[in-house]
Write a protein that binds this ligand. Structure first.
Ligand SMILES: [Zn+2]
Length: 282
């Protein structure tokens, strides 16, 4: 499901190595990217472009790494917004006065895992190392959403909650939405226990290709594929959905992986923004 040529691709921009979706790149009014671990200041197990504060990194490294990423698009780390990502189901509408919330430790916008805005120049951000980030955009209104979905968010159908929210609040037609799923952990790398598998079975994701017993008492769980199915179930057209082929755990050269590194690792940052309105030129 999803064609690789519209999924996230590695891109080199001004010496920066990040990923972009060719599908979202076709939207003239929208900027977006997903960072890699390459090209930052952090050392040791955080080497080198760690973008999150709660990893044990120096604050000044996180801020500079975010600056290195955002600089290409002309955004500043001081103006981003971020939720505190509690593996919950809260979708938070972001307004102009929220700019800068989450730019420093302890200033997070809310206990939200999904942020939505129709405000130009607001840089929605989210952080992950194996969890998925869902980029969703209505390119004409425009209105955008960036959501974080690990296994709990996926079990709660975060993708559907976000699309429903965009529909209720902004009147979007789901068939007009574009969506892209960030790199995340693949089913070959992601085994879950009987209890977690049981919850997915109850939610209707018990069969292949979503959940597969590995013969060793655990299960391979395909989070990217379940999220893709949820986005389609929410009304997004298959040709408007882009998936990555990248697994964060399979590629230590490019990505941090919480599972692979047993929690001691950095975070990649995803951002999504409606371009600021151009100032009038006299
Ligand atoms: Zn993998």
């Amino acid at each position: 499901m999803g064609s690789t040529d519209s999924g996230f691709q590695l891109t080199r921009l001004d010496g920066l190595t990040c990923l972009q979706s060719t599908l979202l790149n076709r939207c003239e009014l929208i900027d977006h990217a997903f960072s890699t671990r390459l090209g930052g200041l952090s050392g040791g197990f955080l080497s080198s472009l760690n973008t999150a504060f709660h990893t044990g990194d120096k604050i000044e490294h996180v801020l500079e790494n975010r600056r290195l990423l955002l600089n290409h698009w002309g955004y500043r780390p001081e103006e981003i917004v971020a939720g505190s990502q509690v593996h919950g189901v809260t979708v938070f509408p972001v307004a102009a006065q929220d700019r800068g919330r989450g730019a420093e430790p302890g200033t997070f916008l809310a206990e939200a895992d999904a942020l939505v805005t129709a405000e130009p120049g607001i840089v929605l951000t989210a952080y992950a190392a194996d969890c998925l980030l869902l980029y969703i955009a209505e390119p004409h209104i425009p209105v955008i959403a960036l959501a974080h979905a690990g296994w709990r968010g996926t079990l709660s159908a975060m993708a559907v909650l976000v699309v429903d929210f965009m529909q209720a609040r902004y009147g979007v037609d789901p068939s007009h939405l574009l969506a892209a799923i960030s790199p995340g952990i693949c089913p070959g790398c992601y085994r879950v226990n009987e209890e977690t598998a049981g919850r997915f079975k109850l939610a209707g994701w018990g069969g292949e290709p979503y959940l597969e017993e590995d013969g060793q008492g655990s299960y391979r769980l395909d989070l990217p594929r379940i999220n893709a199915a949820q986005l389609i179930n929410a009304g997004i057209a298959a040709h408007n959905l882009a998936q990555t082929g990248f697994c964060t755990s399979c590629r230590p050269d490019l990505f941090y992986s919480y599972r692979r590194e047993r929690g001691l690792t950095g975070r990649m940052m995803g951002f999504l923004a409606i371009k600021p309105e151009k100032e009038m030129i006299a």
